[in-house]
Design a protein around this ligand. Structure first.
Ligand code: NAD
Length: 348
């Protein structure tokens, strides 16, 4: 053990650049190489990062220097590369969504379990400080009885974002639109902070883009803890605005936009509240609201480093496959309701 986990990246497109940069920057990871079905794309990234490009997937998987893989292929292609990687004994960091249907998600989780490899689905927003603070406030009971938990994403994607890609905006490879691709991080946070959903009713439509999937969607959710909430998502709202999450209980309300806290009010204030507001309140910028790659890599860095630590210590990652599954369950339930025009009730 060198003190660094060797990573290979599968898929050498847009997000792979951020992964390559992050793996190279961290103390406990080392970038070994890229594999892409488009060998030129792998070569280009390998040149940029001074590492290896693999022409054949088998050669990539056979390289013992690669202990873990990052999956950065189109979403509906994650399972097709994750399962052989698990069988080859590679630990897996998989970009969101883990896969686009629950059956495919379950097949990845099973392959990782059977082959004793770790699986960590990327939800970099979970590592943000406001998210951790709200979760802690929730767990310690500061909200009182939870009543509302809502998410709003009014983002903008130009027509070229979809037309310039052979998979974005398709059911087969994107698995959905504004909800599955962009708002999935917020869906994950609603569940992470407020718990599992019980029932949902939704409307979805394609209002401003020439794509198969929805660019606008609105859902009403009932959670198992008895609270309610709305989920509004769009990629049609020029020029694009910060994502907003708001949690209200009988004794407190917290709202945040991107990584800025815009409301932090509790019936029983604590001394640290002032410091939290001083450090984390302010005006959020739109982040990914207008530009797909307008994301910093701090959340990815935390998650990749956490997985590398778990690999080196024989521990478990902070975020595992079953946690990654929960957002897909809510998203596919929301789509089912929009499709049937009926409420969707989640299985316990
Ligand atoms: N965490 C985030 O915030 C975030 C942001 C952007 C994208 N993503 C996710 O990352 C994934 C990739 O998105 P992207 O924008 O980089 O896509 P992209 O189209 O830019 O790149 C995908 C690459 O995968 C390659 N590829 C396709 N099939 C392959 C296969 N079977 N084996 C190897 N390579 C293959 C393509 O040739 C392409 O180079 C998606 O699942 C997306 O949802 C996550």
């Amino acid at each position: 053990m060198t003190g660094k986990v060797g990573f290979g990246i599968i898929g050498a497109g847009m997000i792979a650049e951020l992964h390559g940069r992050t793996i190279r920057e961290l103390d406990n990871t080392e970038l070994i190489g890229f594999y892409d079905t488009n060998f030129e794309a792998a070569q280009k990234r390998a040149e940029e990062f001074g590492c290896r490009a693999y022409e054949r997937f088998d050669d990539f998987l056979a390289d013992p220097a690669i202990e873990a893989v990052t999956i950065a292929t189109p979403s509906g292609m994650h399972g097709r590369v994750a399962i052989p990687a698990a069988k080859a004994g590679k630990h897996i960091l998989c970009e969101k969504p883990l896969e686009i249907t629950l059956d495919k998600v379950d097949a990845i989780i099973a392959a990782c379990d059977e082959n004793n490899v770790l699986l960590s689905p990327v939800f970099q927003s979970r590592f943000a400080r406001p998210v951790q603070l709200v979760r802690e406030a929730m767990r310690s009971g500061r909200f009182g009885r939870m009543v509302l938990a809502s998410a709003q994403m009014r983002w903008y994607r130009q027509a070229s974002y979809y037309s310039g890609s052979n998979w974005r905006g398709t059911w087969k490879m994107d698995g959905g639109g504004a909800l599955m691709n962009q708002a999935i991080h917020m869906i994950d946070l609603l569940i992470y902070i407020n718990g599992a959903p019980e029932e949902v009713f939704s409307f979805a439509g394609t209002l401003t883009h020439s794509i198969e999937v929805e660019d606008n969607l609105c859902a009403a959710v009932k959670y198992r803890n008895g609270s309610f909430g709305t989920i509004e998502v769009s990629t049609s709202c020029a020029p694009g605005f910060p994502r907003r999450l708001e949690f209200s209980g009988s004794e407190g309300t917290v709202a945040f936009e991107e990584d800025k806290i815009t409301r932090w009010e509790f019936a029983r204030p604590l001394p640290e509240d002032e410091e939290i507001l001083q450090q984390l309140s302010g005006k959020a910028n739109a982040c990914g609201g207008s530009a797909p790659m307008n994301i910093d890599n701090s959340g990815h860095a935390s998650q990749i480093s956490d997985l590398a630590n778990a690999i080196m210590t024989g521990g478990k990652p902070f975020l595992d496959g079953r946690e990654g599954r929960r957002a897909i369950e809510l998203i596919t339930g929301i789509y089912e309701s929009a499709r049937t025009g009926k409420p969707y009730v989640f299985q316990r």
